[in-house]
Design a protein around this ligand. Structure first.
Ligand code: APR
Length: 388
């Protein structure tokens, strides 16, 4: 078994297969340091924590993560809070930086004798629909190589070889460009709120998400095509203050911006998630905008489903799980897509110069009002926000 990519999807899958005695190797393009320090998501849904608990992979997050259950929305009409642990299914998030989870998964896998080849980039998957699939690779020193396997798991993200190797005729890609762009920022500053902060402002969206006691993630909506380094730190903090309405609700705790990047909000789903011996999981299977923090949670869920299906086939000779893998994942993926799409509509005025912008902005305000005032809408939100 060859697994492409050492992100949450690839590493959960690798740990589960290794524990069940299935021979597998993980091929990862980046070096170990890069994989362990790449800051990305950080909100784990309750179900994700249950999966990691179930397989003995949650020690780190149980020790160092902290639970989180409140959102604060700030708009022209004032601010309101939702404590979602008391709404819907009563579940909460665990905040644990993704690079820490990846480090834990990697350490666990290697300690158990698992094999990873870092700085080994998969170039193409060959003969996925034939009898002997293989993965052609290139190592850091430019040497080509080839790995043969019974099955290949494409967990190599949105720009990986798995997606590239799929013939157009084998999958259908559903794609949506939400025409919204965020400047994603990591600040060396303690969180300013004990809640996720979502600010809707005529100048654009601003978001606040805790990561650790010393580090906070912020987002600022910006024009499409804005270079990530074009805003000075002073301008970033002034704009965050303005959109988060610091004058009314208290100042933000400023600090050095240690990382920044542009996020064009885009989503897609590939159907089906299987092509012969190649299976897709995580971002390789579907891209989801970060508006509702679903990406890493879907990745872990799919990895568990794929691990079970592969075990049934390789250990018990029962291929039905593999045949049904795509059909089991896709409703969950579409459900997350639908909620994430709804969140984008909740948090942004309509982009672009279209004539229907005022109308769409009216819908956005109405959506926010319903969330502020209707208990059933709040229950629905809580269930979808924290569930996968
Ligand atoms: N060959 C080998 N490895 C590759 C290749 C390749 N051609 N291309 C990419 N990779 C590696 C990347 O370096 C990365 O380590 O695959 C890994 C993919 O990891 P992620 O992008 O984290 O994807 P995934 O495991 O699906 O996790 C999904 O977490 O933070 C969220 O938004 C993020 O939704 C994403 C999620």
């Amino acid at each position: 078994m060859v697994i492409l990519g050492a992100g949450p999807a690839g590493l959960v899958l690798a740990n589960l297969l290794h524990t069940r005695g299935i021979d597998c190797v993980v091929l990862e393009r980046a070096d170990r340091h890069h994989v362990q320090t790449r800051a990305r998501a950080g909100f784990l849904a309750a179900n994700t924590v249950r999966i990691l608990d179930r397989h003995g992979l949650s020690d780190g997050l149980r020790r160092r993560g902290h639970t989180h259950h409140t959102c604060e929305f700030r708009t022209d009409d004032g601010r309101f809070r939702l404590d979602y642990s008391g709404l819907g299914d009563g579940e909460q998030h665990t905040v644990y930086p993704q690079q820490d989870l990846v480090t834990d998964l990697l350490t666990h896998f290697l300690a158990a004798g698992g094999r990873i080849r870092f700085e080994t980039e998969a170039v193409a998957i060959l003969d996925a629909d034939g009898d002997g699939p293989s993965v052609s690779v290139r190592t850091a020193d430019g040497r080509p190589g080839r790995w043969r396997a019974r099955y290949v798991a494409g967990c190599d993200g949105r720009h990986g070889a798995a997606r590239r190797s799929l013939p157009d005729t084998a999958v259908r890609r559903y794609h949506r460009d939400h025409r919204v762009t965020w400047l994603g920022l990591l600040a060396e500053a303690p969180p300013s709120l004990d809640a996720v902060g979502y600010a809707v402002h005529e100048r654009g969206f601003a978001g606040h998400m805790a990561r650790t006691a010393e580090v906070t993630r912020y987002y600022l909506q910006c024009e499409r095509g804005t270079p990530a380094d074009s805003w000075s730190e002073a301008r970033i903090w002034d704009e965050l203050d303005l959109r988060m309405r610091a004058k009314e609700y208290g100042p933000l705790r400023r600090g050095r911006i240690v990382q920044r990047g542009i996020v064009d909000l885009e989503s897609d789903v590939l159907e089906p998630l299987r092509h012969g011996a190649l299976f897709l999981a995580g971002d390789a299977a579907s891209l989801i905008s970060p508006s509702a923090a679903k990406g890493a949670n879907l990745a872990v869920l799919e990895a568990e489903l794929l691990a079970q299906a592969l075990t049934d086939d390789l250990v018990h000779g029962d291929p039905t799980g593999l045949d049904g893998y795509s059909a089991r994942c896709l409703p969950r993926i579409w459900r997350a897509q639908e909620f994430s799409h709804w969140m984008i509509g909740l948090l942004h005025g309509s982009p672009g110069p279209d004539d229907d912008v005022p109308y769409l902005n009216g819908l956005q305000r109405s959506r926010m009002t319903a969330l502020r005032t209707s208990r059933s809408q709040q229950d629905w939100f809580a269930e979808r926000y924290v569930g996968v």
